[in-house]
Structures are given as C-alpha cells and as structure tokens.
Design a protein. Sequence first.
Length: 366
Amino acid sequence: MISAADREKAVELIDEAVINGARRFKACEEMGIDVRTYFRWAGKKRSGDIGDNRPGSVHPVPANKLSEEERKQVIDTVNEPRFASKPPCEIVPTLADEGTYIASESTIYRILREEKMQNHRGRSAAPSGKKPTTFVATAPNQVWMWDITYLHGPHKGFFYYLYLFIDLFSRDVVAWDVYEEENAELAAEVVRRACFAQHHLSTEPLVLHSDNGSPMKGATMLETLYRLGITPSNSRPRVSNDNPYAESVFKTLKYRPNYQPKGFASLEEARKWCANFVKWYSYEHHHSGIKFLTPHEVHEGKGEAILARRHEVYEAAKAKHPERWNGRETRDWSMFTEVYLNPENVAPGNAETQEKNPGKQQQHTA
C-alpha cells in the first residue's frame, strides 16, 4: 500500500514535470501510475483528504473506535429487559441518570444497525415532529390541556371514556377519570378535582385548552371554569392538531404493550388499567419533549438538578475519551424554560429560536 505521504510527493513531482513542459501521461508512466490515479490523488490533495478510499484498502483504526468489550457492553445493555421496548434516545439519558455513560445515541444506533438489530422498539410508528402554540408556559400549572378518548368496552359498540387533564410545561397528568358517558357535568367534576390536587387558587392565572367537543363547551363546564378563575381555550374548528399534546398522550396510551384493544370487561377494570398507565406515564416515562425527564420530575421542579447531573456524566466521559467528541461540545442538557402551544401565532423570530432549542420546541412525542 502506497502511503499518503508518497502519494502527495508523487503528485508534486508530476505537477512539477508538467510545469516544465512534460506531458502528464508520460510523467505518470515514469511514476508507474495511471493518469486517472493521478487525478484522484491530486483532487484529494487539493481537498486536504489524501487518504486511500479505494474499496478493499486498509485503513488505520480510528482513535475514537469502541473496543470489543465496550461494543459488547452496548449490545448487552440494549438487550436488558427494562430496555426491550426503548430506543437509544431513551436508553442513554436513563443510564446518565444512573451515573453511567457507555456510548452516544448515534453510536448505539450504528451498532444496532451493524448487528441487524435496528428495528422499531415498541408498537407505534416513529413519531413526527410538530410545532408549538399560542400560549406559552414557563412553569407548571399555567396552561393545562384536556381531552376525552374512548376505550373499548366488553362488547362491540360499547365504550368507556377516559377524561385526561395534563400540564403543558411538565406533561404531568393533573387529573383523570373513566366514565361510561361523556358530558360537561363529568368534565366539570374532574377539573374541580384537578384544581384541588394542584392547590390552584382562583386568583392565579390558568388556561385550560381543549378541542371543540360538546363536553368542552357545555354550560356546566364553562360555569365551573368561570368560578375557578380558569380561562377556557378551544381549538379552531376543523383543525385536529390544535390540541396535539393530549392527542399524543392518547397515542402513547393505546400503544402500550399491555393495552387491551379488544376491550375492557368492566368500568373497574378500565379504571385500574388507566391508573397504572398514569402512574407509569408520570413517574417512569422519560418524555422526549422534556429532555427525557419524567413529567413528575419536571412538575416537582427536580428537572434542573437531574439535567445538571447528566451534564457531569457526559463531561466525565468526554474527559476520559476526548477523541470521541472530535472537539465538539457534549450534549445540551440545559433546562428548558418555555413550552408553546399553537406555533402559527408565534412571532417568526421566536419560532426560529424554538427550532434551534429542543427545550423550547413543541414536542408531540409522548
């Protein structure tokens, strides 16, 4: 194999011969190379890349390459039962919370692809990103969203209805219940419970966003919101994605591995299943839209400390193997400060800022 230095020297000698009047192909014959080889080497020399990229050529081992032991550790980790249905983007921050760093997300994805283990981990399709909205929350209990979804009952045509209220900033479930019907009176009861659980005072500003269903706009519900000092907000008519966060939670719910698409045998069974889901979602689920924190961690104000610990883990890993970062900064684990709802009404400058800052970007993956 001809070294990079020898190739560079050959190009210089041929160029010098051509300048002095020699024919390029004759100069190449004297050097024992083809004219096409010369042009390939010359092009790489001008671009600064004088490596040998021919198929089958021998390349030096990159300094940042994982060892076989580290590669095996990655494979063993992603195959652990607790990570069986989680993608690398959730596995990495979970390990960082435990003080462990084994590899970056892209490296884990590459290893899974090379080992033919790269398939969607879970039942749902890969989520698509969407934008933020008109209201902005800078802390929990400033903007809530709610919606109703149906759950299949014991026989065809019979449904139970899940009423779900979530916080925009933290994505925490602030109240929920399952009933055999949907109406404004039941919705008003759940929102009263939400205010009691969150210690909401009627003097504190709070927006409740929903779609345009009859339970959301019923007189009993609106009167209850007025008495509680809550400002109602509704999606635009015939616009289905104006309440994306609530829809996102419902998708997560119905793609859980233990969801029962064939129906629940009773109201009690449906409530028990939903209680377990809410506990998992709020306390265990590392949400991609909030820096892979759990909703309850953000709601209780613990997120910043957790993200700071993750940053320390990444910095320690970089200090141990700086060549693997190639001079780049470690992942941004700074705490987000704003979450928007309905981006079409956000000023262009703000919208651009959100695209660059995932913490401020509206995430719809639950």
